[in-house]
Design a protein around this ligand. Sequence first.
Ligand SMILES: [Zn+2]
Length: 499
Amino acid sequence: MATLLQDAQCVVERDGRYEVVTQHVLISDGRIAAMGDEAATAVAARGAEIVRARERLVVPGFANLHGHCIQSLQRGIVAAAPLELWLLLVSSSRGLLTPRDYYVSALLSSIERLRTGTTAFINLALSGEFPDEAAARETFRAYDEAGIRATLAPGFVDLSYTECLPWQDELIPEHLRRPTTPRTAAEYDALFALLDRLRVEFHGRSDDRLRLAIGPSQPQRCSEELLRRTADYADRHGLVIHTHLLESRMQVLMARTGRWGSFVEYLDRTGCLGERTSLAHGTWLSEAEVQLVTDRGAWLVHNPIGNLRLGDGIAPVARYLAAGARVAMGTDGCSSCGSVSMLDGLHAAAVLGNVGGADHTEWLDQHDVLRLATRNGAAALQFPDAGTMEVGARADLVLYDLRDFPFVPLNDAVEQLVYGGHRAIVDRVYVGGELVVRDGHLTRVDEGAVYAEANEIAEKLRRDFPNVQARAAELWPAIERVSDRAYNTIGPGRVNLLW
Ligand SMILES: [Zn+2]
């Protein structure tokens, strides 16, 4: 079924800047088939549905390059703390979660994403040291039902949490250190066999809406053997590798004091740093590390709000871009940043892009951040034919209502979207040409039923939270000591000034 967006206010990119052009847009076979007068003449031939769009801003859907859908069930439970302390609280209810809970979290997250203008994203799914296959299957099923473009990276690690900490011999009491139990070759084989079953069943399914990525969750918690096998498997099948990188100050010190050396060099020497690699956070890279990431064509993913909430600092994105790095945008999960709305993240990225640099001509503006969140994000997900409004591109499009206050008066729609669009009304969303949000609600999902089930699951998590806190209490003072020393060693400055 073809659709004509008649007289739409289209956000198109010209010479690095976005501008609004009033024109018709014909959507057919999942793509933007024609624009302008040509679209109108093609309509009769294709029998398209006509949508009057003169009062709609049509923007390529955002691509959210970092997040954890399961955290949508934990919204509001875990208070802010430095990353390594916060991790003690955020992951330890996992044993209670069923595959059905993962399904519900994936639907809940998809509702929020689609209704705030995101059409594509990656979920680094953390369900234990190695992935839970049933949870991954249920997650894929939810994305398929919601109609969103989703890449699932089932996460894994094989080194212990305490073993990675700096100064562990000095600051972590011996009885609290958990040494790594080495994995056997058979266990690694089983991990990649699991990933392969998921790949065969889901990768490329539903008109290429669903994809599998490989998720070594953090380089410092993955052995060389595991990363080499990751790189080999991802290369063989052309899959994205997605990982966290240098999010906190403590990770800089882990790299300096631990077995890895530079995490970026570690990823590179194991074969994990390439054009299909996306690196979430990247707050604390040195100049040489940015250069290596840039040389390899890997993607840095800016997550400004999650970084601020956990006190990680501000990634110097303007400098990364000036160095030639490829940068996309993400939110992280709801436990760290409260929302998976990219509009909040765009606003934060745009205003934080002014911090740290004396030269105002290097500040980020609405054009820069919109590009990171659309065209760059789609490219990082390996959809180079998405994230733009041009003929032939995938029709992943969001229609905002221009009659509501974020756009009244209408002076500069792109600036108003980026700096004040967090309450903008999303009227319609198309993914691969299919209408998946109409009148602000999902067409394929009963939102109320999802909310009801999410509330039931959250009650289970809230009831268990005192147990989580009790388990964390033992290790908490020791991690606090390490965290404090990391702050004092690197410095409390909010912006990475390592270079
Ligand atoms: Zn994360």
